[in-house]
Design a binder for this molecule. Structure first.
Ligand SMILES: Cc1cc2nc3c(=O)[nH]c(=O)nc-3n(C[C@H](O)[C@H](O)[C@H](O)COP(=O)(O)OP(=O)(O)OC[C@H]3O[C@@H](n4cnc5c(N)ncnc54)[C@H](O)[C@@H]3O)c2cc1C
Length: 350
């Protein structure tokens, strides 16, 4: 009998497994495909930053960035603190100033910066930002993680400390027994005191699957000459788009209109339209046209209507739920998993 069975091996499942192991719980994670290689985690490019226009998320974001800083010290392949410039809508500048004052001046070195400074840091930036005297929040410690590598690193770390990871196992049902839960697959079953469902945009194993909505997010990839390579992450709040560099010579742009539905199967994304939208965004963000489009990737992210995570404690019902935040989960998930598992354990929920 396991203490905890976690269903789903994306960033959420792997973070929960690591947190369970650190809290001395015997845990096993079951993943239908490959840890980190499916779901939103496989598609996300994992930009991480503290500033969020939704103030209730800031505390999670700060804890999240602190987690990646610490985890990245031992796993440099996971976290690239290359810096991020968040160009604000004019009307949001006062709120951003208030946010910075609340966070304290030195928190993560965040500060307001004018577009000219960002253009000096990133020569590939479209001069339109400077011409319009745009302002940005500059976050030197933000950047990106690699969500696939991060999920694997967290899962491998937990495994090396004794946790169980089984890949290629699709869970069909979770059935209450007297005093424990039976987690059924196509051929056999595992028994556990508690179960956590962390299946992202595939919430059918939950008691209330409708609590999670699904959004498709489309990212486009481009190649460029080395001298046109953007060297930091950019977000333009006005245009609703963002850019995340890869290795020198390629980068990703997102912002094409998302598609919303109750389940991934019902999402319909026209990739040609999305690619055209992202290319228009890319022109807005970058100075030159010397870029070639490569591909358009569609990922499905699970989230709740208020964009806060669904954290259903595995208490008396013995089955809990953990879901990310659409488009922002990579920032927060591991820090939140740490806090939750220790809190749930203290309360006897695990
Ligand atoms: C395109 C895109 C870009 C994003 N960009 C960012 C970003 O820049 N910054 C940021 O912070 N966040 C970003 N996100 C959000 C973040 O990546 C996600 O919130 C996070 O990866 C979600 O992880 P998860 O483990 O909850 O879900 P998932 O990654 O979807 O994992 C769910 C796992 O459960 C498994 N599973 C499902 N059903 C079963 C079953 N029955 N049995 C066994 N296993 C099952 C799946 O195979 C999958 O591996 C982005 C998301 C997308 C889609």
């Amino acid at each position: 009998m396991e203490d905890v069975v976690i269903i789903g091996g994306g960033l959420s499942g792997a973070s929960l497994l690591y947190a369970c192991q650190q809290n001395g719980l015997a845990a096993v994670m079951l993943e239908e495909k490959v840890v980190g290689g499916a779901g939103a985690t496989a598609h996300s490019r994992g930009m991480v930053r503290v500033y969020d226009p939704q103030p209730e998320l800031a505390e999670y974001a700060a804890a999240g960035l602190a987690f990646w800083e610490a985890f990245g010290a031992d796993n440099p392949e996971v976290y690239a603190p290359i810096g991020l410039a968040y160009f604000l809508k004019e009307e949001n500048i006062p709120a951003a100033e208030a946010f910075l004052a609340r966070m304290g001046n030195q928190a993560f070195g965040m500060r307001l910066a004018c577009a000219g400074e960002i253009a000096e840091r990133c020569p590939a930036l479209n001069p339109r930002f400077a011409a319009q005297a745009r302002m940005a929040i500059w976050e030197p410690k933000a950047g990106h993680i690699n969500p696939r590598v991060a999920a694997r690193a967290l899962s491998d770390r937990a495994q090396s400390m004794g946790a169980g990871v089984i890949e290629g196992v699709r869970v069909l049902r979770v059935v209450p027994q007297s005093g424990h839960m039976r987690v059924e697959t196509g051929f056999g079953a595992l028994n556990a005191r508690r179960v956590i469902v962390a299946t992202g945009a595939a919430p059918h194993l939950l008691d209330r699957p409708q609590a999670i909505e699904t959004r498709s997010i489309v990212l486009s990839s481009y190649t460029c000459e080395a001298d046109a390579h953007p060297n930091l992450c950019l977000i333009d709040e006005e245009a609703g788009c963002y850019l995340r560099p890869g290795q020198p010579g390629h980068f990703y742009v997102g912002g094409a209109a998302p598609s919303l539905a109750a389940m991934p199967d019902a999402l319909a994304v026209d990739t040609a339209t999305a690619m055209a939208e992202n290319t228009a965004h890319r022109r807005g963000l970058l100075n030159s046209d010397a870029y070639d489009p490569l591909a358009c990737h569609v990922g499905h992210d699970g989230y709740t209507a208020d964009f806060l995570p669904l954290l259903q404690e595995p208490g008396a019902a013995r089955t809990g739920a953990f879901c990310g935040f659409s488009g922002r989960g990579a920032k927060y998930i591991p820090a939140l998993a740490q806090t939750l598992v220790s809190t749930w354990k203290e309360r006897g929920a695990l």
